[in-house]
Design a protein around this ligand. Structure first.
Ligand code: SF4
Ligand code: F3S
Length: 112
């Protein structure tokens, strides 16, 4: 199994998760992060750290789309291992519906 980052991260990108990951397996896109499924050691410590509740264990139902997306973009986006300032409008988008359709970007984060 692995943990996966889901839609709730989009435009929130708080990055509290990267601070606690013992194996630095987060990768940064323009407006969300993903977890590399083969690097994640399933420790689970990142899950409760996300203020947006965006991180889920892949044993939860309905996450197939996010598993594919995490694997795909972890292969091409740059690694992120230090917490950074979230977007200024992050709180506005916390819990918002339909963020994938409206805002998902396949562009790499600033380190890419
Ligand atoms: Fe990192 Fe553990 Fe979260 Fe996997 S479950 S991304 S290893 S903190
Ligand atoms: Fe995203 Fe939550 Fe991490 S919003 S960047 S998964 S702390």
């Amino acid at each position: 199994m692995t943990y996966v980052v889901t839609e709730a991260c989009i435009k929130c990108k708080y990055t509290d998760c990267v601070e606690v990951c013992p194996v630095d397996c987060f990768y940064e896109g323009d407006n969300m992060l993903v977890i590399h499924p083969e690097e994640c050691i399933d420790c689970g410590v990142c899950e409760p750290e996300c203020p947006a509740d965006a991180i889920k264990a892949d044993t939860e139902p309905g996450l197939e789309k996010w598993l594919v997306l995490n694997a795909r973009f972890a292969a091409v986006w740059p690694n992120i291992s230090n917490k950074k300032e979230p977007p200024a409008d992050a709180e506005e988008f916390q819990g918002a519906e339909g963020k994938f359709d409206q805002f998902f970007s396949d562009s790499p984060g600033p380190g890419g």
